[in-house]
Design a protein around this ligand. Structure first.
Ligand code: NAD
Length: 414
């Protein structure tokens, strides 16, 4: 049984828990919750078979008081305006948690990229960017990759935006290295997830060496999180994705699984180094650490009770509903929220933007060193709020973010 979740309501319920702690009045809450601008566009595309198809695209700019709006572009059949709103709002709180000078935005196009050719995807991306080009730009709103978009998509974004604005690599992040991308950007979110997992294990008294990790999603975020956690001594015991599940109690060979997924359109199914299992039971698998790294709204009141992990680290955006949060809290399971756990990606996107504006490039070592510093600082800033207010990590992260955004808003004026 699945549960229909309105992700934007879910984020606003999380917001309210923190706003209650801060004693925020109704007016301030309304200002901080309401998106600054929402753009909805129709995208007619001539498909390879000659038919004309109209796709729908969105860009939601949630809040820009701390800097240009920032957030990824998602291509998925289930993308709708509410989802994009929720994800844009999360970006506002995420950039504030890691204290980088950006606001929050998100984009999405309702489409199924697995059924589209490269040429159709390029046409769709160019049409989408042409239609939202008046509201994006290096000092307005800077898109990035998200589910089903990648460095190639970002290259098309830069090229299309540049047709009108002139060469502007800082208009988008997550670009290929050859076009001004940053060293380390591809691995950044997964690396951040691993760093935050390590810090959380430190304060919770979980020995990361040998700790069993279960993961949903083995794309950009999941595969790099697995790689870095493996290097830290953790043991990946089960992974599920859209193609199926694979598990091995003795530990999966992470490098082998990454190579297998690469050779199989990103899917883990059919990996020989483990047995297959029903992907729908991934959250029930035995482990110390559970990392959802696929889509939102997957840990719900329907399955939260079956979770066996001690620690959940949200690699994905909005994977846990507020109902599930309460159940997990009752079971003594710690949840490290998306706005902290997966903020490594936007942090290195910020570095990419800085490098582009300066037309100057950093070595990977420098990028990772700076990412590590920001992520560790953010974890301990949130941990301090958790101790101060005796609250969950999610509420602690929201308290920190709300304070920062509200303060900036007050200084600038409404
Ligand atoms: P991706 O497209 O590279 O990978 C998505 C993964 O999810 C794949 O392994 C896919 O098989 C799996 N998946 C899709 N549908 C599924 C289903 N129904 N059941 C199980 N697995 C399914 O995407 P990504 O960039 O790794 O993003 C994953 C999550 O992390 C998303 O929630 C995204 O918003 C979030 N995120 C990504 C970044 C980033 O830098 N890429 C940054 C922050 C947050």
């Amino acid at each position: 049984m699945t549960e229909h979740i309105n992700l934007f309501d879910n984020v606003n319920r999380q917001f309210d828990e923190a706003a209650d702690i801060l004693g925020m009045d109704h007016e301030v809450r309304e200002v901080l919750k309401t998106p600054y601008r929402e753009v909805s566009v129709a995208l007619p595309i001539r498909m390879d078979d000659g038919t004309l198809k109209v796709f729908h695209g969105y860009r939601v700019q949630h809040n820009g008081v701390r800097g240009p709006q920032k957030g990824g572009i998602r291509y998925h059949p289930e993308v709708d305006l509410d989802d994009v709103r929720a994800l844009a709002s999360l970006m506002t709180w995420k950039t504030a948690v890691v204290n980088i000078p950006f606001g929050g935005a998100k984009g999405g196009v309702t489409c199924d990229p697995s059924k589209m050719s490269q040429h159709e995807l390029e046409m769709l991306t160019r049409r989408y960017i042409a239609k939202i080009s008046m509201v994006i730009g290096p000092h307005r709103d800077v898109p990035a990759p998200d589910v089903n978009t990648n460095a190639q998509t970002m290259a098309w974004v830069m090229d299309e935006f540049g047709r009108k604005a002139g060469h502007s690599p800082a208009c988008v992040t997550g670009k290929p290295l050859e076009l001004g991308g940053s060293q380390g950007r591809e691995a950044a979110t997964g690396k951040g997830v691993a760093i935050i997992t390590r810090e959380a294990c430190g304060v919770l008294g979980i020995n990361l060496k040998g700790a069993r990790v279960v993961m949903q999603g083995f794309g950009n975020v999941g595969s790099f999180a697995a790689k870095f956690l493996d290097e830290m001594g953790a043991k990946l015991v089960a992974v599920a994705d859209h193609t199926g599940g694979v598990r091995n109690a003795a530990g999966l060979d992470v490098a082998g699984l990454i190579a297998h997924a690469k050779a199989n359109k990103g899917g883990v199914a059919g990996f020989k180094g483990g047995e297959s299992f029903d992907a729908g039971t991934v959250f029930e698998q035995d482990c110390e650490i559970l990392i959802p790294a696929a889509l939102g709204g997957v840990i719900t009141k329907v399955n939260a009770d079956k979770v066996k992990a001690k620690l959940i680290v949200e690699g994905a955006n909005a994977p846990t509903t507020t109902d599930a949060d309460s159940i997990l809290k009752g079971k003594g399971i710690t949840v490290i929220p998306d706005i902290l756990a997966n903020a490594g990606g936007v942090t290195v996107s910020y570095f990419e933007w800085v490098q582009n504006l300066q037309q100057f490039f950093w070595e990977e070592e420098e990028v990772f060193e700076k990412e590590e510093k920001i992520m560790v600082q953010a974890f301990h800033d949130v941990h301090a709020k958790v101790q101060q207010h005796n609250c969950s990590y999610r509420t602690g992260a929201f308290v920190l973010a709300l304070e920062r955004v509200h303060k900036a808003n007050l200084m600038r004026g409404w």
